[in-house]
Design a protein around this ligand. Sequence first.
Ligand code: TRP
Length: 409
Amino acid sequence: MAAVDIKEERDVGAKSGGEEEEQVVNPWEVSAKDGGKIDYDKLIDRFGCQRLDQSLVHRVERLTSRPAHVFLRRGVFFAHRDFNDILDAYERGDKFYLYTGRGPSSEALHLGHLIPFMFTKYLQDAFKVPLVIQLTDDEKFLWKNLTIEESQRLARENAKDIIACGFDVSKTFIFSDFDYVGGAFYRNMVKVAKRVTYNQAVGIFGFTGEDHIGKVSFPPVQAVPSFPSSFPHLFSGKENLRCLIPCAIDQDPYFRMTRDVAPRIGYHKPALIESSFFPALQGENGKMSASDPNSAIYVTDSAKEIKTKVNRYAFSGGQDSVEKHRQLGANLEVDIPIKYLSFFLDDDVELEHMKKEYGAGRMLTGEVKQRLVEVLTELVERHRRARASVTDEMVDAFMAVRPLPHMFD
Ligand code: TRP
């Protein structure tokens, strides 16, 4: 059977024998080799995706007539699959739609959770295209120790944080799997399921004989929002529309499977634009952990908590003593405050200046941390205000199964 995307993959799922120290990146585990940094170049090679280079960034700027988002300029979104095909089609006047999602496993989101949504909001505005957002309450019921009711409640709570990122209700459909799966969506799920063997699923996701079959049966649920025919209320008569998925690269296995199956059931392969992980305060060796509150800044943290966390836990590349620091300068490669600023400080000139001064030892860690505290406090405050103004009626409006007549305006 033709299973090109799938067979190309080697270390997607569980660690394979004899490669114990290799880095592991899959939807459930992200860990670097020997506790070091994730090697993103290697991931691109292994996963078989493409590097998102500067020429593609410039192309986006030309096509949208606006400066690229900071996450594009600074390489936070660093890999893609067929993004250039989406842009080719767009240039010819063909639109596309965006698909992203979130597994509602916790009440409070941290900054890492916001990244795909902030970026998706930019893409929606820049390209003026519709967006579907999947809340995989079923996935979290299956993987975590949560009741169905609790995962459904978390899905609605998370929807409020997502809406607070500024999405346009006239172009955005948010759905929870427990509420929406059925009809055309379900018909696509079984089409996908029929074309992935158990052995392929083991190869891609690393399932073992001890995993319950709920897990094995889940991937088609995350696959089919990539197909417009799963949303007849939105895309009826537009079954040829292309789909672009912004996501963190740990979701790639789901979409390798999807892209392998798509042409065999008569659909376009979805395109992907993929981000690296937002590092923990303690340093860059994986993504933040929801179970360690001191590893991350949450959107619910107070200004005081942000200050304490940054000052106490943000790993510094500065030297131990001021004398040594003045002499040697900071190691920017491992410095978390600089890393965080490169995600969230929009001003290129200011960032470059800080890197130069700090790297040369003329600026001290305390000053960099202070600037970071300001930037994060402003971001978190803005989010808090936006979220507080999201009502239950607004959640219902985003989640209503309805046509979006102005979705391409
Ligand atoms: N599995 C993802 C998570 O646990 C949620 C998700 C569903 C998703 N569909 C997606 C993420 C599409 C990115 C793109 O968070």
